[in-house]
Write a protein that binds this ligand. Structure first.
Ligand code: ADP
Length: 896
């Protein structure tokens, strides 16, 4: 769902009585009128006017007033700087944009320009959902993409950037592919020229993508200006280095460049060259199918219970993001899929190696996000620490592979490539960086460089000396205190605070004694408080100056060293990003192997045919749930490829409710997703000809949120499938046509099945409760019937969850009603009606003869059971407690 915050009323124009700070505030606000402006004032970010009212309401903070503007009180609300991240995060989640205006100089510096001078302030950043980089604002295991869409004629481009890692992507496609492509990216924010919203299809694709939609002035989508902006973004003179970018791709990238220019105030992250691709590289899965298959989230919106959550065994956040991405965008080229599978297989075959790699990965940190923060000037010592940790783990992994794998065994290409990116022997610059970070940084690191104390001793000799001077002076202070106490005979203490620096702290009585001659030391009065009198001495004042100077110099040197290391890291951003990606690749491959071994998944055979041969397939999520209850899961076969030997392409699946039809359908769709994502599959065997588009629909789902009737939604979605499915697609339809009157629904279901078979010629599973559809098998060459077995046992229904050839003999609706707890008389009555109907199926009109439909006739009484008769005979008020207990035992015995 898109979250769109209410618009913020425009700020007032500067009035004659505006103070200089207010003028400064209004100037900043005018630059970002649609964002809430966080205006730095000392230790707080303050919001004024309507911003203050809106933020106070949204954040639950107090709104006050401060000063006047145009004769009116100015509403004000503020948040402390140290807690600002959490407040910003909340506003972003609510759909607001936040602009941050910082103090660009120390107030002391401003004072030097005159007592009335205003502190210099600048907009440093506009925070939007797609441009977050702070760990505290991001989901570590989820990507955070900013996307932009451009359309020209029949061509469309989808550009995206993950600012927190610097990854950029450009996809070129036909206009109609935009919806699924956008959904597969799962962007947090989507940019599009505002004229695009006039186009209904494009507008719908933007709205269903999930993410804040940001209309941009159409003027920004002009080709030559876009090109100039993209060049500026990358600091290049020509875009030739990026391959042959289509104009529409340049426009999409240009929108991203424009958005970054305004939101990042000139600070740009280390962006990687755009990775190029087309919608033709990945399986098209539209938003409805994603939601129906619960790939990443359940239909209820939770991550728990989705396919991703069930298979995710990754150790690192970057690995989790990569896995999510692979699952969201399964590949089409068997060569690339096999490359992924080779890596997974290598890890399934070597449990020791797998365990050791996974252990080593636990020591790594999120290098890609740390690097991006450093490049944006928002990083701190911990981000350098993350790079140190990542590169170190990379070294460990290279060593592991060198010792554990036989020298003759060549690792699969994907693993070999990752190890190349991690190995430092061929990357001297990276080795030098790691050396510097290892020697230069303490083990425990502060978040912000301003906190100091993070450069390790021995790294910079002058820093060590200055630190010694600072610490030595502290010792001298202690000595001075002892001496003063000895000389004066008064137990005075030397203390420190931010205003006075070091001072002698005395009670009023002690102070009197200190002022008595003949003391050698002259105590100079500095301050009297309610309880204390504070002094300094000539010696103490000098020491104070020395210590504060040394402390300042230490911090300055640490900051300088931080900056050097930061620059060194940014200089090799490309290599660090490659190393970070390599760790994620190893994490994903070993995690998929871990899962495969755990659930006994096998390597799928993938080719360019239209094969779909599943032996002993299982639904990974339902299986996990069923097993938790202690029950076994029934594996099922499925064959659909329309091969010459009478093999079906379309299977009509019938069976009672709860028999496992939906599970069977989704299970087969999920096997295709997993296989093409490069994962092993929970089956005994799977041979799969790549699926280009996957469709999954459940009939008559409630979709009131989108304001369509359920049946209308069902038909809109069915129409989309019938117009888009190709002979390479896989279509899974569950109970289509259910949302309307019986004959209509049957007719629609019938026609859809025929169309899938004759026109789309795709592989399809069609579950239905219209048993009449079983007759299609005789009319359509590549159609077969499957049913979910169920059997009656002692009058009860037992589901075997087994898909077998042939149509279901009956629907067992009455038995299901009984299991569901429909009262016994109603069930018994339903049986009677059913028998009557089954005896004479061809004439529904005769139903009128049935007592059920004759309003005047009372329903035939249903015979009461033995227990009921006995119960009827009991008068509770007439029973003693003992008799009541005996009656209870009797009743219980009757049910045995
Ligand atoms: P239907 O679509 O026919 O109404 P479902 O597919 O929703 O039935 O399945 C109903 C329940 O049966 C599932 O929630 C699951 O607990 C169980 N089930 C389904 N398939 C299997 C299976 N192959 N093995 C074991 N239990 C299964």
């Amino acid at each position: 769902m898109n979250v769109q915050a209410p618009p913020i009323p425009p700020p007032p124009t500067p009035a004659a009585d505006a103070t200089p700070v207010m003028v400064q505030y209004l100037e900043s606000k005018a630059k970002q009128p649609d964002a809430l402006l966080f205006f730095r004032m000392g230790d707080f970010y303050e919001l004024f006017f309507d911003d203050a009212k809106v933020a106070a309401g949204a954040l639950g903070i107090a709104q006050t007033y401060r000063g006047k503007h145009g004769g009116e009180d100015i509403p004000m609300a503020g948040v402390p700087v140290h807690a600002a991240d959490a407040y910003i995060a909340k506003l972003i989640r609510l759909g607001f944009k936040v602009a941050v205006c910082e103090q660009m100089e120390d107030p002391a510096e401003a004072k030097k320009r005159g007592s009335k001078a205003v502190v210099r302030r600048d907009l440093v950043r506009v925070v939007t959902p797609g441009t977050l980089t702070e760990d505290s604002l991001l989901d570590a295991r989820g990507a955070n993409r900013l996307a932009a869409v451009a359309v020209r004629g029949n061509q469309a481009a989808l550009a995206s950037v993950e600012l927190s890692t610097g990854e950029v992507e450009s996809l070129l496609m036909e206009r109609s592919a935009l919806g699924p492509a956008l959904a597969s990216l799962r962007p947090s924010e989507v940019l599009a020229a505002d004229r695009l919203f006039a186009d209904e299809a494009a507008s719908a694709a933007l709205k269903t993508a999930g993410g804040a939609v940001q209309p941009m002035p159409s003027a920004l989508a002009e080709p030559s200006a876009s090109e100039a902006r993209v060049k500026r973004l990358y600091g290049v003179d020509t875009l030739d280095g990026f391959g042959d970018l289509a104009t529409v791709e340049v426009i999409a990238l240009g929108l991203i460049a424009a958005h970054l220019e305004t939101t990042q105030a000139g600070k740009l992250p280390a962006l990687r060259a755009p990775r190029r691709g087309g919608a033709a590289d990945t399986m098209a899965i539209d938003p409805a199918t994603r939601s129906s298959l619960e790939l990443e989230r359940t239909q209820g919106g939770s991550r728990e219970g989705s396919l991703l959550s069930v298979i995710d065994r990754t150790i690192t956040a970057a690995g989790a993001r990569k896995l999510a991405d692979r699952l969201a965008r399964p590949l089409l080229d068997p060569t690339y899929i096999d490359a992924r599978l080779d890596a997974v297989q290598a890890f399934t075959e070597d449990a020791n190696l797998r365990g050791r790699v996974r252990d080593a990965l636990k020591g790594s940190a999120d290098m890609a996000r740390a690097l991006s923060r450093l490049a944006l000037g928002r990083g701190g010592p911990r981000d350098l620490g993350a790079i140190r940790a990542g590169l170190t783990v990379g070294q460990d992994l290279c060593a592991l592979f060198a010792t554990l794998r036989s020298p003759l065994a060549i690792p699969p290409a994907e693993i070999a490539k990752a190890l190349d990116a991690l190995g430092l022997s061929e990357q001297p610059a990276l080795a030098a960086l790691l050396q510097a970070l290892s020697h230069g940084l303490e083990m425990e690191l502060p978040l912000s460089a301003r906190d100091g104390g993070f450069i390790a001793p021995g790294y910079r000799p002058e820093l060590d000396q200055t630190r010694a001077l600072r610490d030595d002076s502290r010792r001298v202070i202690v000595a001075l205190e002892t001496r003063l106490q000895g000389e004066s005979g008064v137990q005075v203490r030397i203390r420190h605070n931010a205003v006075l620096g070091y001072f002698v702290d005395a009670t009023a009585k002690q102070a009197e004694m200190l002022m008595q001659p003949p003391l050698n030391t002259v105590f100079i009065h500095r301050q009297t408080t309610a309880n204390q009198v504070r002094f300094t001495t000539a010696e103490l004042a000098e020491l104070d100056a020395r210590i504060s100077q040394a402390g300042g110099r230490v911090l300055a040197m640490e900051m300088e060293t931080f900056d050097e290391l930061r620059r060194q890291a940014c200089d090799f951003a490309g290599q660090i990003a490659d190393a970070a990606d390599a760790l994620a690749v190893l994490d994903v491959a070993s995690a998929l192997a871990e899962w495969a071994v755990e659930v006994e998944a096998v390597r799928p055979e993938i080719d360019d045919s239209t094969a779909f041969e599943v032996e002993g397939g299982r639904h990974p999520v339902v299986e996990a749930a069923v097993r938790r209850t202690g029950a076994p899961y029934t594996p099922n076969d499925c064959r659909l490829d329309g091969g010459g030997d009478g093999c079906p392409r379309l299977a009509i699946v019938t069976g009672p409710n709860m028999a496992g039809k939906s599970t069977f359908l989704r299970q087969n769709a999920l096997l295709a997703v997993l296989a093409q994502a490069g994962a092993f599959v929970p089956a005994r065997r799977l041979r799969l000809g790549v699926v280009d588009r996957l469709f999954s629909r459940v009939g008559a789902g409630d979709d009131l949120a989108r304001g369509r009737s359920t049946f209308m939604t069902e038909m809109v979605e069915t129409a989309a499938i019938l117009t888009q499915a190709t002979p390479r697609s896989l279509v899974v339809l569950d109970e289509i046509g259910r949302g309307t009157a019986t004959y209509d629904g049957l007719a629609i279901a019938w026609a859809c099945a025929e169309a899938l078979h004759d026109t789309n010629r795709c592989r399809a599973l069609f579950a239905t409760h219209y048993h009449e559809l079983a007759r299609l098998e005789q009319r359509l060459k590549a159609c077969c019937n499957l049913s979910m077995r169920a059997k009656e046992w002692n009058g009860d229904l037992v589901f075997l969850h087994e898909a077998v050839e042939g149509a279901a003999d009956r629907s067992y609706g009455v038995q299901v009603a009984k299991m569901a707890g429909v009262p016994a008389p109603v069930v018994a009555r339903a049986r009677q009606v059913l028998e009557r109907l089954e005896r004479d199926p061809n004439s529904p009109a005769r139903l009128d003869d049935l007592p059920l439909f004759a309003a005047t006739k009372p329903p035939e009484p249903v015979e009461a059971s033995r227990v009921e008769t006995a119960l009827e005979a009991i008068d509770p008020d007439a029973l003693s407690p003992r008799e009541a207990l005996e009656a209870l035992y009797r009743l219980k015995n009757m049910t045995r």
